[in-house]
Design a protein around this ligand. Structure first.
Ligand code: DP6
Length: 404
């Protein structure tokens, strides 16, 4: 039909989630292909909480590839971005070679424009690269009509991005092959599997992290004997155990192991030479608070985990959210923090009253936020296609609609 003609302009918008690892990925055996030294496991956060939106457009009228990050033009030549683009185009070519009757023969030689926005601070240890590359790959794949296994492509953008290609509970299998074809993510359980589980993000700082994950883990691989031990002897057992806890919805087992694995990851950072510090005083305060809370209840009712930054992700069950949030609020009186800002929850208090994309809601004052403790978000789904064309980040002219 009409789609059989080469289109002059095609545009696709997708959103993708952030994920938080409960068995951490840290260290590569191949820096170019992004192959990890150990498998990892994560929980996909709900996109009401944190998400990336990406619009990808291709047109015969575009004269060069262009990229905008949060409204600012950025370098489209980034090797990882180029790797993702190359891989999606390769899959598209392969697919078209197979079936002559393709519905959308969008020319692969057209230049592309990409606009991407996060509704949270970029590079603050909130897995922005994971959501970002998962979103980019999802949008490009849709644009070129590519389906199927895409976690391998997202992995080329950022290791943790392969896990954001699925919702719920997701494992990234390290794989054995030198070409990385078996280093893929798959879903362990869907987001509906554990309806009582809640995820709170406590934003301690929106600042850019001191040492990026890529450089940090490279130094760790080169210098930390603890990391080597962890990858070889600790993670394989923990991974199997964690999957069992998830399958059985055993919160105590899940929570304890998540905390231990977070702590071991930060221990490998300290074991790196020179050492890397991602936690700050507020992070450590949250850790102590969680342990005091659990000790008071005589069992594990909340669990924390931290990636490459000071922001905490808290796991708990629905019946504990209100009590723990109240304890955090009392422990961090907003007015009495000196120059350090109190951690702000995303999706915790305020009952999800923060409209998506409304600037920086982590700056919202928890005392003025309506303390309507509707449930904090559960784990969420994988990347989504945005159907409504008014949501495209690029206009008909292929340029950003809203400038930051
Ligand atoms: C601490 O995926 O950001 O968040 O593969 O170099 O892009 P690159 O690193 P990245 O590392 C994430 C590390 C982590 C743990 C995790 O998400 O498993």
């Amino acid at each position: 039909g009409a789609m059989a003609e080469e289109r002059a302009l095609a545009m696709v918008t997708c959103t993708a989630p952030v994920n938080i690892a409960v068995i951490k990925y840290w260290g590569k055996r191949d820096n170019d292909l992004i192959l990890p030294i150990n498998s990892s496991l994560s929980v996909t956060l709900h996109q009401d909480q944190l998400k990336t939106t990406t619009t990808a457009a291709a047109s015969r009228d575009f004269t060069e590839d262009r990229l905008w990050l949060n409204g600012e033009e950025a370098d489209v030549g980034h090797p990882r971005l180029q790797a993702c683009l190359r891989e999606v185009r390769r899959l598209a070519r392969k697919r078209r070679g197979g079936s002559a009757e393709d519905a959308a023969p969008l020319s692969l030689s057209y230049k592309i424009h990409i606009a991407t926005e996060n509704n949270f601070p970029t590079a603050a240890g909130l897995a922005s690269s994971a959501a970002g590359y998962a979103c980019l790959v999802s949008a490009l794949a849709r644009l070129y009509g590519v389906e199927g296994e895409l976690s391998e492509v997202a992995r080329r953008g950022s290791g943790s991005a392969c896990r954001s290609m699925f919702g719920g509970f997701v494992q990234w299998q390290r794989g054995e092959r030198p070409d990385g074809r078996d280093s893929l993510a798959h879903q362990v359980a869907p987001e509906t599997h554990w309806p009582e589980l809640r995820v709170l993000v406590l934003v301690v700082s929106g600042e850019k992290k001191q040492v990026g994950s890529t450089a940090g883990m490279q130094t760790s691989v080169a210098t930390s004997p603890l990391l080597k031990h962890r990858a070889e002897a600790v993670v394989p057992e923990r991974l199997a155990l964690m999957i069992r806890h998830i399958r059985e919805r055993d919160f105590e087992g899940f929570g304890q192991l998540a905390m231990q694995d977070s702590n071991q990851f930060h221990a490998t950072c300290l074991d790196t030479f020179p050492p890397i510090f991602y936690l700050n005083d507020l992070s450590r305060h949250i850790i102590a608070l969680a342990h005091r809370f659990n000790a008071h209840h005589g069992r594990t009712k909340v669990a924390y985990t931290f990636d490459a930054g000071p922001n905490a992700v808290i796991f708990t069950l629905a019946d504990t959210v209100a009590e723990f949030v109240e304890v955090v609020r009392r422990s961090f009186p907003p007015a009495a923090n000196g120059d350090q800002a109190a951690p702000q929850p995303r999706g915790g208090w305020g009952g999800g009253g923060v409209p998506a994309g409304s600037g920086a809601p982590w700056c919202q004052d928890p005392t003025t936020a309506a303390l309507n403790l509707s449930p904090a978000p559960q784990p969420g789904p994988g990347p989504q296609l945005v159907d409504d064309p008014s949501q495209h980040l690029l206009g008909e002219d292929g340029l950003p609609r809203r400038c930051a």
